[in-house]
Design a binder for this molecule. Structure first.
Ligand SMILES: Nc1ncnc2c1ncn2[C@@H]1O[C@H](COP(=O)(O)OP(=O)(O)OP(=O)(O)O)[C@@H](O)[C@H]1O
Length: 274
């Protein structure tokens, strides 16, 4: 059963007429994680922002976007706002850009949750506290009283994941959620995503440059190049036997990079003698 079906999605720049997404059709099965990979500028983020209807007004689109069978492309802006957060939740690359820099994060969390639930301030704080502890954020009350710039990138990502725990959306769209983080935070955030899936069984679209993470987390994947999907299917099957030469290139580049890295690390270890 598909929770999301995207049919014949086209996106273009109204000013230049440049086609950004050519004619994209894909689906997300309920409870599955679909990864979108591809080089920079291939249209991964524009695809996801179109689903959320968060593109800049200069980008126009056509096609059907069926969420639970309902064509959300035909909804008014007001109806779409209700879908965002409660049904579709996006976790961005840079946690800093997701929060209002002028207020403490607790205000942002309260505003978001008040829009979707008829909860008191206390209920909101209680459910956020539980969710924040579950993503290993200690001292939730203290964190909620801090401004975004006073928190690390990894902490902000985990706050967004905690918010997703509370919102329990049908679909979480994560746009390179670990790119801006250091290696340790990347590992922790990926762990939290896996936990999120296990606990909520939610459906997820996961954009990533990191093929190691994709192989670990995604059931299915799409490979994009120049606004087109060039390969799709089961993640493991694609990794074992990529059909498109571009996918082959992406996978073999990763393998080459990783063995180069291992050689460097191995070669860099000097054991003192005597
Ligand atoms: N607001 C916009 N106006 C015009 N062109 C845009 C706009 N936003 C994105 N584009 C163009 O759309 C294309 C796809 O961009 P997109 O951000 O989806 O790529 P991406 O695959 O997500 O890349 P990355 O991995 O670097 O995030 C790019 O050529 C980009 O320049």
């Amino acid at each position: 059963m598909n929770i999301l079906e995207v049919n014949n999605l086209k996106v273009w720049d109204a000013h230049s007429g440049k086609k950004i997404i050519q004619d994209s059709s894909f689906h997300l099965k309920r409870g599955n994680c679909l990864a979108i990979v591809g080089e920079s500028g291939s249209g991964k983020s524009v695809t996801c922002r179109t689903i959320m209807r968060l593109n800049s007004p200069s980008l126009l689109h056509s096609g059907d976007i069926l969420l639970n069978g309902e064509n959300i492309n035909q909804l008014s802006e007001k109806e779409m706002r209700k879908k965002r957060g409660r049904n579709l939740c996006m976790i961005l690359q840079n946690g800093m850009s997701a929060f209002d820099p002028s207020c403490v994060v607790g205000v942002h969390l309260r505003e978001t949750l008040t829009e979707h639930f008829n909860w008191s301030k206390r209920e909101i704080e209680e459910s956020m506290t539980v969710a924040m502890k579950s993503v290993m954020l200690k001292n939730p009350t203290e964190i909620m009283n801090k401004y975004p710039h006073q928190l690390s990138g990894g902490m902000l990502q985990r706050i967004m994941i905690a918010l997703a725990f509370v919102l329990e959306p049908d679909i979480i769209i994560a746009d390179e959620p670990t790119t801006a983080l250091d290696t340790i935070s990347q590992f922790e955030v990926v762990e939290q995503f896996m936990k999120l899936r296990e606990r909520m069984g939610c459906s997820m679209i996961f954009i990533s440059h990191d093929l190691g993470v994709v192989r670990k987390i995604a059931d299915d994947m799409l490979v994009m190049k120049n606004g087109e999907i060039v390969e799709r299917g089961n993640t493991e099957a694609i990794f074992v036997q990529p059909e498109h030469e571009y996918t082959n290139y992406l996978i073999s580049t990763r393998v080459a990079l990783s063995s180069h890295f291992k050689r460097l690390i191995g070669g860099g270890v000097v054991v003192a003698k005597g």
